[in-house]
Write a protein that binds this ligand. Structure first.
Ligand SMILES: NC(=O)c1ccc[n+]([C@@H]2O[C@H](COP(=O)([O-])OP(=O)(O)OC[C@H]3O[C@@H](n4cnc5c(N)ncnc54)[C@H](O)[C@@H]3O)[C@@H](O)[C@H]2O)c1
Ligand SMILES: C[N+](C)(C)CCCC=O
Length: 580
């Protein structure tokens, strides 16, 4: 069975999902004779099955999803309930506004600076993105405030139903959303589908929790008592990175909305497209208009959001330097903040590990999304006894990774996000060589044969040998497909070296020795640890960092703490005993 069961998204609620996950409609993705055309044939539309039970809130009767975000070429209806959509690399044009406010796409009210948005696979400009200014940011926050008044008064079960509906729509539109994500981010369609699956699973999970959010009742002397209410915070700001645009928006909006908050989300200006579809889906699912808004722009727009006096909380995903600035702004407004930042995580392979799994784990830890993954295990510590065998096998498999058009079914590595980032990653490899590392494979630019991909941002995945702990490639987050292999001799030694970093996002260990596995993860100073696997992401598990990798948690029950506050109510049943 060749199904990639160990990929993120293959787990749900204690069981493994079939691969690929089946949805409310059948989606077939075919490769055209030309080789680069992905076409999806979907059954659904008006006749799609509704899985909601119980009473449906009036808001669910709202209008159906507004027209398509993107003008996907050759989009046509062929029969009621049957739509045929096709889109190929290099053909997408973005024509509709990418801001979303009060339940509709809008052009920003001010701002005006234009950012070019690229298709990484081809280097084409997809659109020029207007960055929002102070007025637009304020309108979005006011829109969220108005919706918050309605949403926060609904019961958890009512919110649950709406969120389940949003999850169902995402699942139904999986193929279209994954295609958008692939075109805008450059990751393979294969992976983008997994991201979308994790996204709807996240909304389902928090929908499930919404109905059970509750406080406590505490008995006090003389029949008096106290109770706690778990209340929402208000308007939360989400600021996202470009590597998982849709998924990051779901990881933030899922717990935020479940707790009764409203959200204004700002994606990275490199990947502004898919999150607007999420906003449309929330509206279609029945959230009050304005509950989830999207403002577009870069640092300046982000600052306006963080400094807005009506914003109650900031949840940020991005780099450490930006995280510091966000925290400073949050401090000035006494706003709670969640920081999901970068990493340089260790993956420790002991000689008693199942070698096949360890090699697969190392690839999973380094090469998903072209290596642009915060929690990647980029420092691969290998027990010296198996260094040669392990390295040989890792290099062999890395060289076989199929690079190219990310919309093709068999592609496993697409294009990096943009030219400056590709150059930056190449710069790290050059520096690694100058500092004495050996390039065991890859690291060079990859130019696909297909002429339309010639200006895309491709490189071959790289494995570095002869690495030392003080090399830049071992110390700094590269955020590209570059694995550094480092030999070790003892458990004590490797733990000290693994923890000798300012980061603390993730870590992993491969061994057959169960005591050693638990001992090692207990000693790792990292928020997300894996034993005998890497980069799986069940939404039930909290995710977040130690040290400079940030604080706060996304996913799991833990995230509820970061999107709600406790109110304590003390109730006197007798007379007041005054000391005066
Ligand atoms: N821990 C996690 O969950 C996680 C997940 C994904 C990415 N990341 C990290 O994100 C980084 C890559 O993403 P990036 O290049 O988009 O990061 P970045 O810090 O450059 O930007 C992140 C977001 O912050 C915005 N921004 C930039 N300056 C700002 C400012 N002064 N005020 C407010 N907003 C501002 C950007 O427009 C973008 O939306 C890597 O370090 C990666 O490890 C972390
Ligand atoms: C889904 N993954 C692979 C765990 C990545 C989480 C987000 C980090 O960049």
């Amino acid at each position: 069975d060749a199904r990639p069961r160990s990929l993120p998204g293959c787990h749900q609620a204690g069981r493994r999902l079939p691969w690929p996950p089946t949805s409310g409609r059948e989606v077939l993705l075919k490769q055209s004779p030309q080789g680069s055309l992905a076409s999806a044939t979907s059954l659904g539309g008006a006749s799609r099955p509704r899985r909601l039970t119980g009473s449906i809130p009036p808001m669910l009767a709202q209008s159906r999803l507004p027209s398509l975000l993107l003008q996907l070429p050759r989009l046509r209806s062929v029969a009621p309930g049957l739509a045929t959509m096709s889109s190929a690399t290099g053909t997408l044009t973005v024509q509709q506004p990418l801001n979303y406010r009060a339940g509709a796409r809008v052009q920003p009210a001010d701002g005006g600076q234009l950012e070019e948005v690229f298709e990484p696979a081809t280097g084409r400009v997809l659109c020029k993105l207007p960055c929002s200014g102070e007025k637009e940011v304020d309108l979005a926050v006011q829109s969220a405030k108005a919706a918050f008044k309605i949403w926060s008064q609904m019961s958890g079960m009512e919110r649950c139903r709406v969120m389940l509906e949003a999850a169902r729509i995402i699942r139904e539109q999986r193929e279209e959303i994954a295609t958008m994500e692939t075109i805008n981010n450059g990751k393979s369609i294969f992976e983008a589908r997994v991201d979308i699956d994790i996204s709807w699973q996240c909304l389902e999970y928090y929908a499930g929790l919404a109905g059970s959010l509750a406080g406590e009742h505490i008995q006090l002397p003389g029949g008096s008592f106290g109770y706690t209410r778990r209340e929402p915070l208000g308007v939360c700001v989400g600021i996202g990175a470009w590597n998982y645009p849709f998924q990051i928006a779901c990881w933030k909006s899922g717990p935020a909305l479940a707790c009764g908050n409203a959200m204004v989300f700002k994606p990275s200006p490199f990947t502004p497209i898919s999150v607007v579809r999420l906003a449309e889906i929330f509206t279609e699912a029945g959230v009050p208009k304005g509950l989830f808004n999207v403002v577009q722009g870069g640092a300046a727009t982000g600052q306006l959001l963080c400094q807005h006096p009506d914003v109650a909380k900031i949840s940020f995903t991005g780099s450490v330097p930006t995280g510091m600035k966000i925290m400073e702004m949050a401090a000035k407004g006494i706003k709670p903040v969640t920081l999901e930042l970068g990493g340089k995580s260790p993956l420790i392979i002991f000689s008693d590990a199942d070698l096949e799994n360890a090699v697969k784990g190392a690839l999973m830890a380094n090469f998903l999304t072209q290596g642009e993954v915060c929690c990647n295990g980029t420092r691969v510590f290998v027990e010296r006894k198996i260094l040669d065998t392990f390295t040989k096998e890792v290099v062999k498999r890395t060289q076989k990774i199929k690079i190219g058009d990310p919309l093709l079914e068999d592609t496993r590595m697409g294009a990096l996000i943009n030219r400056p980032h590709l150059n930056r990653v190449q710069g790290f490899i050059k520096q690694a060589k100058e500092q004495g590392a050996e390039v065991l494979c890859g690291g060079d630019l990859y130019v696909p044969d297909d002429p339309k991909l010639k200006n895309g941002y491709y490189m071959r995945p790289c494995v570095l040998g002869n690495c030392k702990d003080d090399m830049t490639c071992v110390k700094e987050e590269i955020f590209g497909p570059v694995m550094a292999i480092l030999p070790f001799d003892t458990e004590e030694e490797v733990l000290e070296r693994a923890n000798a970093t300012k980061f603390g996002l993730a870590g992993g260990v491969f061994t057959r020795d169960i005591q050693k596995a638990h001992r090692v993860v207990a000693a790792l100073k990292a928020g997300m640890c894996f034993i005998n696997n890497y980069n799986v992401s069940p939404v039930e598990l909290p995710f977040g960092g130690y040290k400079s990798s940030g604080f706060g948690r996304e996913n799991g029950r833990a995230a509820i703490e970061y999107y709600s506050q406790l109110k304590t109510v003390c109730v006197e049943m007798g007379d007041v005993e005054s000391v005066f």
